[in-house]
Ligand binder design. Sequence first.
Ligand SMILES: [Zn+2]
Ligand SMILES: [Zn+2]
Length: 253
Amino acid sequence: MATANEQAQDLALAETRSSSDSPSSGGAQSGGAQSDSGLAGQSRQFRLAVDWLSAPDADATRSSAETTESGEESGECGEEADYLSVPSGVSYLIGPNGERPRVANSAGRNKRRAVLLEPLVDARPPAMVVIAGDLADVRVNGLRIPSWGMVHEKDQLQIGDYVLHVTLFNRTSIGPVHERHVGKECPVCRVHFESNTRVFSCPTCSGPLHLQGEETPEKDRLECALAVTDCPACQTRIEMTDGFSYEPELYRG
Ligand SMILES: [Zn+2]
Ligand SMILES: [Zn+2]
């Protein structure tokens, strides 16, 4: 019985996926496409650095006395930036009401104070759809959005007393070339990829570039990924380490 239940859940999940996924994927009939898009989605992810509104510059002197008090009260002064991860597909940013915002897969009972988020990490540049829902005052870079808006890296999303700095976390992908690229040409050196070739995969288009290591004698080693600054196919900047492509400066701290 549990199995039937699980099957039903899987089916529901698959349905949600095929309806919410990118329109380019052919839906249910393209079996192999799902794992591919999953991989691509994981190499890059939107994150929101949680910050709060600073006092306007004009009031800086006047409010500094007050800030000391309220800062001690909340006990969060000088805290490290913490990031909310935005998963692929639809998720909900829940706030404000004095509570630290969080990202959840469903709005649940918090529907009235949830903002819908849908990242489009494969867009150029990567973008995220923000739907204000019942929240009247959702701002992007200080401007109120009517019902929905779009944010990009370095934008500031504001709900309640919180500012969320939009940034992207990139996960470097280095390893054997994916089988679908075996036999194809490297866009930099035009040498064909063999099944065991070690490559760097672009986080945006997943296109491979040679990045051979110790396994290849130094004189034969191809390190095309180090020879270019941007992916030749999609112009995404090539980063060799995991991390944020933009680290916001927070008001607090
Ligand atoms: Zn190459
Ligand atoms: Zn690329």
